[in-house]
Design a binder for this molecule. Structure first.
Ligand SMILES: Cc1cc2nc3c(=O)[nH]c(=O)nc-3n(C[C@H](O)[C@H](O)[C@H](O)COP(=O)(O)OP(=O)(O)OC[C@H]3O[C@@H](n4cnc5c(N)ncnc54)[C@H](O)[C@@H]3O)c2cc1C
Length: 342
């Protein structure tokens, strides 16, 4: 089939990779350049926090998250970056005055899914065996099944792969005005396809009811004095942070969560909260260099869950909220198995 995809952020790319494997020919449309600098998928930390996200999410997230974790390695291998996947577990800790918060967090996860009983309590000695640089912390939990995808590498490598693929035409910097059965409307033209997908994230808000943006801000720090190798969360009654390691002592520190579609630069309040929290977690961050500060919005539906809607020759996928990397491969698989394209 000749298939049109409107929006080539995270979902659009995962769709395109799957559809190429099935032998289809694709035309991709995005209002951004092919390097996707404005997509939420480019801002994301890429954590595959299948358990930790359960604190505020439904168990459907858990099932899809587990499936996505199984699917990511093949997707990354397809675009030549199998090493952009890490599944060596994650750490959750807190300062001693917040241990009740930490215990409550883990109890909440255990009350939601049986598998959470595999989460391990660590004392200082056990923690430093895993992460020698975290000796400051006397108590933590280890979630062996969690991991991360290097989101920025995924975005870059998928651009290169799709741009060079003989069955892909990429219409860059083209704003899609509407998507309907078999048609993508761009400026004054209607492009016809055998099937179309709407994967515009927040850009689909005129066609997707109850879609809203949830603002998130992150720092990128270069911290030669810090050697943390796994995604790590620090709980706090007011602001929870995560630290996601990238190669060469680079860390993504995030993320705020604010009910707003404002994508303007990071506020003073957010920067103070994120940086104080990260410095209190490891004093080696004092001399870190701030190499980037990024703001974006997570496309979110009323129930904070993803939605696939299908009509004849039209599929919309949206609402991946803060779980795009955790869920996209499984959600796309479900959309493609849903009787369409047959
Ligand atoms: C700060 C932050 C941290 C995050 N961290 C994580 C994490 O650790 N783990 C995780 O699982 N998820 C994380 N996420 C969530 C994840 O990034 C999103 O769920 C995911 O990117 C949503 O994918 P999407 O394809 O729907 O939207 P996007 O990735 O935003 O892609 C939408 C694409 O559509 C294009 N578009 C929009 N409108 C139009 C139009 N009219 N015409 C043409 N093109 C259009 C845009 O240019 C864009 O390329 C994070 C998000 C943020 C903001």
């Amino acid at each position: 089939m000749h298939i049109g995809i409107a929006g080539v952020g995270l979902v659009g790319r995962v769709l395109a990779l799957n559809l190429l494997r099935q032998g289809h020919t694709l035309t991709l449309f995005d209002e951004d350049t092919a390097y996707g600098d404005n997509a939420a998928g480019m801002t994301a930390a890429g954590m595959l926090a299948v358990f930790a996200e359960l604190e505020t999410a439904e168990s459907v997230i858990f099932e899809h998250g587990k499936r996505s974790i199984a699917l990511w390695p093949a997707l990354l291998a397809q675009i030549g970056i199998a090493d952009a996947y890490q599944q060596e577990g994650s750490i959750i800790t807190a300062h001693p005055q917040d241990y009740s918060e930490l215990d409550h967090f883990i109890e909440t996860l255990k009350s939601k899914v049986e598998e959470a009983s595999e989460i391990q309590l660590l004392d200082r000695r056990e923690l430093t065996q895993l992460e020698p640089d975290m000796e400051q912390h006397a108590k933590a939990f280890f979630i062996p099944q969690e991991g991360q995808v290097d989101a920025q590498r995924f975005m870059k490598a998928s651009s290169d792969y799709l741009l060079n693929h003989p069955d892909v035409t990429w219409e860059e910097s083209v704003k899609v005005m509407d998507v309907s059965v078999g048609s993508i409307f761009v400026e004054n033209e209607v492009k016809k396809f055998d099937w179309v997908f709407d994967a515009r994230g927040l850009g689909a808000s005129e066609q997707v009811e109850h879609l809203r943006g949830v603002r998130g801000e992150v720092f990128w720090l270069d911290a030669p004095e810090v050697n943390i190798t796994r995604p790590t969360r620090m709980l706090h009654p007011r602001y929870k942070i995560y630290i996601v390691p990238r190669p060469n002592n680079r860390y993504i520190i995030g993320a705020t969560e604010i009910e707003s579609e404002d994508k303007s630069p990071m506020s003073v309040r957010s920067s103070l909260e994120l940086l104080s929290a990260v410095y209190s977690m490891h004093s080696g961050f004092a001399e870190a260099r701030i190499v980037n500060m990024v703001t974006n919005c997570r496309p979110t539906l009323r129930d904070n869950l993803p939605a696939i809607t299908q009509d004849k020759r039209l599929t919309r996928i949206n609402g991946l909220y803060r779980h795009g990397y955790l869920l996209a491969p499984a959600v796309v698989e479900e959309a493609l198995n849903g009787g369409i394209l047959k």
